[in-house]
Design a protein around this ligand. Structure first.
Ligand SMILES: Cc1cc2nc3c(=O)[nH]c(=O)nc-3n(C[C@H](O)[C@H](O)[C@H](O)COP(=O)(O)OP(=O)(O)OC[C@H]3O[C@@H](n4cnc5c(N)ncnc54)[C@H](O)[C@@H]3O)c2cc1C
Length: 570
């Protein structure tokens, strides 16, 4: 210390400190790091979502989307997502006395996220309160919640999606529906008879075939009378069963008359454990807060749902809804990735300027934002179609647009997550950032509920079985005709290419890609900010050689696109 210089209290304290504390003390100020992206409103700060909800017939006020957006953005809620993923579920075959229990233990944070989802009707609202905007409102809420944590959304989706299938057997629906739709979460491992609310899973996939479930070898033996609604015992195995602590499952098994669908509770009506044994938990790369299992059925008591031998058409009602939720989940993953990337770049500087102002980073961020908004706009349009299934156009549209969108949106997500991660630099690769989780989560939706090729083949099946689906799809897309010459050209070429059905399976991905792009462009041209629609047409409908993100052409209003996508925090 120089004599005569003013002495600061901190310096005096340092001088008084022991030598080792002095060296541990102030080394530098932390600067040029963003504030945490928390305590913000995921709905209010997402203009594209707000507009889409209104456009597709939702009612943000009635659905409480702003309040829910605040909850989803609260630091405490975000923290639940991290805790649930840091603490993977643990499987216990037996209790300490040797009794078989088949119990999966989840971290309390997982249960809290489940409770939030169910208390807000993410598994129930379009069934309990159907009509104008019901699916749109629910999809928007799911989109917000899934940005916090995606894994627990799996049982929420399955519980939601089970309703159309279970309704095919009215006496079973009468027993189960009220409890499935209760806006309450009961995590207790007790017989369903003791519960006011239950969750539902699905068990189709076996070792020898997941896409081709006709290969299922699990057998169903009638206990007494045979046929729909009757009791059977199931013997066999299932290779993937997610959320194995669900209270009941829709299961596929063979009777003498073919593959049929069954409702299998985890407990028998007398309160004893149904002989359904979990072998082990899957060691998943993503979706780790939720458990997925391998299981054996050793005479598990079940009831037939729908017609005997019509298991696939019965469970496909559930599958269609889960595919729709895959679209919401993947769109939500992209939205969260864009929020993280733009937020970081808004606060971080390099080479004398904020990253968000650097032209090359602007190109990448705007491109990521386009992809995210296009996915969300497509998803909410399908939500409107689900709200209007009594209208023929909407029914046909939902039939074709669901496999197209499931394929495209889920397929676009992993590379999007990876690029958004890179925008954040080294911090983006660290486990205390949400980006590694978003990246690991991203391939799961693409495989689950029918992988990419299976969705493309389902698209072709829909067109071949019901050609009107393609007419409806093109009719819808053509609503934007005349607003952009690039779009008009793209649509005309695509329609032309459907005139030739030779080699159609081989070309299916190319055709489905372009169907998705045509619909996304149409929706953005009709409803989004002109800068977004213009950039989408320029970047996605015209091939200019660039395959990575960051290939928007000169003249794009990247700043406007980024501003629209950036949550303002700090
Ligand atoms: C995390 C996770 C959770 C899951 N949870 C469940 C669950 O709860 N319940 C459940 O029943 N299942 C569940 N699954 C299983 C999932 O649905 C299947 O993995 C999926 O359907 C694919 O089946 P598979 O693994 O047998 O692959 P396969 O059917 O062998 O397919 C392999 C590849 O071949 C492609 N393919 C198949 N047929 C064709 C064809 N004709 N032409 C061209 N390509 C083709 C597929 O697209 C895929 O890319 C889960 C999977 C994962 C990853």
């Amino acid at each position: 210390m120089n004599a005569g210089q003013p002495v600061s209290p901190a310096a005096t304290a340092l001088d008084d400190a022991r030598p080792q504390d002095r060296y541990l003390a102030v080394t530098h100020d932390v600067v040029n790091q963003p504030p945490a992206l928390e305590d913000y409103n995921l709905f209010d700060q997402d203009p594209a979502l707000k507009e889409a909800v209104a456009r597709e017939g939702g009612d943000a006020t009635a659905a409480g989307l702003s309040e829910f957006g605040a909850l989803a953005g609260a630091r405490e809620t975000i923290e639940l997502g991290f805790r649930a993923n840091e603490n993977k579920p643990a499987f216990h075959t037996h209790d300490r006395f040797g009794n078989r229990i088949d119990q999966v233990e989840f971290h309390p944070a997982y249960h809290q996220l489940m409770a939030i989802a169910m208390e807000h009707g993410l598994h129930s609202s379009p069934w309990t309160n159907p009509g104008q905007g019901a699916h749109v409102n629910r999809a928007a809420k799911y989109y917000l919640h899934s940005q916090v944590e995606a894994a627990h959304c799996c049982p929420i989706t399955m519980t939601f999606a089970a309703i159309p299938s279970i309704r095919k057997q009215p006496e079973l629906a009468a027993l189960w529906e009220d409890r499935i739709l209760a806006n309450h979460y009961d995590s207790r491992n007790v017989p369903d008879g003791q519960k006011q609310s239950v969750t539902i899973g699905m068990a189709m996939t076996e070792k020898q075939g997941g896409s081709d479930v006709r290969a299922n070898s699990t057998r169903a033996y009638p206990v007494g009378a045979e046929g729909p609604g009757q009791a059977y015992e199931l013997v066999g195995h299932k290779w993937f069963v997610s959320a194995p602590m669900c209270d009941a499952f829709l299961v596929l098994a063979q009777t003498t008359n073919g593959l049929s669908c069954f409702l299998m509770p985890r407990w028998r009506p007398d309160g004893s454990k149904n002989p359904w044994q979990i072998q082990r938990l899957k060691n998943k790369m993503g979706n780790v807060a939720n458990a997925s299992s391998e299981a054996e059925l050793r005479g598990a008591l079940s009831w037939m749902v729908g017609d005997e031998g019509r298991g696939v058409p019965t469970i496909i009602e559930m599958v269609a809804m889960t595919r729709f939720d895959c679209m919401i989940g993947s769109s939500a993953g992209m939205r969260q990735a864009v929020a993280q990337a733009t937020h970081h770049c808004r606060h971080r500087s390099a080479f004398g300027n904020r990253l968000i102002e650097q032209p090359l980073m602007q190109n990448v961020l705007a491109d990521l934002a386009l992809e995210s908004e296009a996915a969300m706009a497509y998803t909410l349009r399908i939500a409107r179609a689900l709200d209007n299934q009594h209208l023929e156009h909407e029914r046909l549209l939902a039939r074709l647009a669901t496999p197209v969108g499931k394929y495209w949106i889920c397929k676009r997500t992993p590379n999007h997550a990876y690029e958004a991660m890179e925008c954040i630099g080294g911090n983006g690769v660290m486990e205390d950032c949400i980006m590694p989780r978003l990246l690991r989560e991203s391939p799961v939706n693409a495989v689950w509920e029918g992988s990419g090729n299976v969705q493309c083949l389902d698209t072709l099946r829909a067109i071949q079985k019901e050609p009107e689906t393609l007419d409806a799809f093109f009719r819808e897309a053509a609503e934007a005709k005349g607003s952009d010459v690039r779009f008009d050209r793209f649509l005309a070429q695509l329609q032309n290419d459907f005139a030739d059905f030779s080699d159609i399976q081989y070309r299916a991905r190319n055709l489905v890609d372009r169907l998705a792009l045509a619909m996304q462009a149409s929706l953005l041209l009709r409803g989004s900010d002109p800068a977004v629609a213009d950039a989408f047409c320029a970047a996605r409908l015209q091939s200019n050689g660039g395959l990575n993100y960051g290939n928007l052409p000169s003249g794009t209003d990247a700043a406007a696109i980024i501003k629209r996508a950036t949550p303002v925090v700090g």
